[in-house]
Design a protein around this ligand. Structure first.
Ligand code: URA
Length: 244
């Protein structure tokens, strides 16, 4: 659900502030009912009319991008660095990334123009499994990986249970490749978790988001999610006792 004035502004009716005035003037109907107070929320299927004219709602789009490194997970950057939406051609709707990967992180990133869906995916109660592949400095012992799995303190909070697996190690360079599966999505979480056990991350890739992976894509490529995939994600999120 999104605030009515936000949906109206997004559809190009006017600025959000002006849309609030239009609502207060009683010029807006949702599913035939006049709304005169702020605070109403609507979803993608609600019919919104301003002065009895339906507003244009963009078709919802759901994309899976293999983010290359050196792209910002945003639609614009004040320092003019490349942004992930630069990689998406042929989509007219105003899509934006769901959450973010760091500038130097590669891998699976979802984008959409559906605010409900984005909120569902990012809601802390939707503890979807995310799998990362990390190259780290030095070779962690099983004991320090156990520590990662049990939870480490980052930014004053303990991470929940995770799974960590050593995939390979290079004795000469003193580096290791690991798989880490986590369920939260805090800022720089993976890097901070490895920092916490004394193994700074040198390279990071998100390999999976729930049942989605990067099969068939190379860095910089994207595809649309299927209706089945979108439904499945939505049902999984709603099934995880979200009160939204
Ligand atoms: N954790 C990080 O540290 N960085 C990312 O980009 C994603 C997860």
């Amino acid at each position: 659900m999104e605030r009515l004035q936000k949906v109206m502004a997004h559809a190009g009716v006017a600025s959000r502030r002006k849309c609030e005035e239009i609502i207060l003037e009683g010029r807006v109907k949702v599913n035939g009912q006049t709304i005169t107070e702020l605070g109403a929320k609507v979803n993608q299927t609600d019919l919104v009319e301003v002065d009895n004219i339906p507003i244009y709602r963009e078709e919802p789009r759901y994309l899976l991008l293999y983010k290359p490194k050196n792209y910002i997970s945003a639609v614009a950057d004040d320092k003019n660095r490349p942004v992930v939406t630069d990689l998406i051609r042929g989509i007219d709707e105003r899509i934006y990334p769901i959450g973010r990967l760091d500038f130097d992180t590669t891998g699976l990133l979802l984008l959409t123009n559906d605010g409900d869906f984005a909120n569902l995916m990012m809601h802390p109660k939707f503890q979807v499994e995310k799998i990362y592949i990390a190259k780290v400095q030095n070779i962690p012992t099983r004991a320090s990986l156990n520590q990662l799995e049990k939870g480490v303190i980052i930014d004053g909070k303990k991470t929940s249970k995770a799974r960590a697996k050593l995939l390979s190690s290079n004795e000469k360079n003193q580096t290791a490749i690991l798989e880490l599966s986590i369920r939260e999505g805090w800022n720089h979480q993976v890097k901070k978790m490895f920092d916490a056990i004394g193994h700074p991350v040198m390279k990071l890739k998100r390999e999976r988001f729930s049942f989605l992976d990067l099969k068939g894509l190379e860095a910089g490529m994207w595809r649309e999610l299927t209706a089945f995939e979108v439904d499945k994600l939505r049902k999984m999120a709603q099934g995880s006792s979200l009160d939204i």
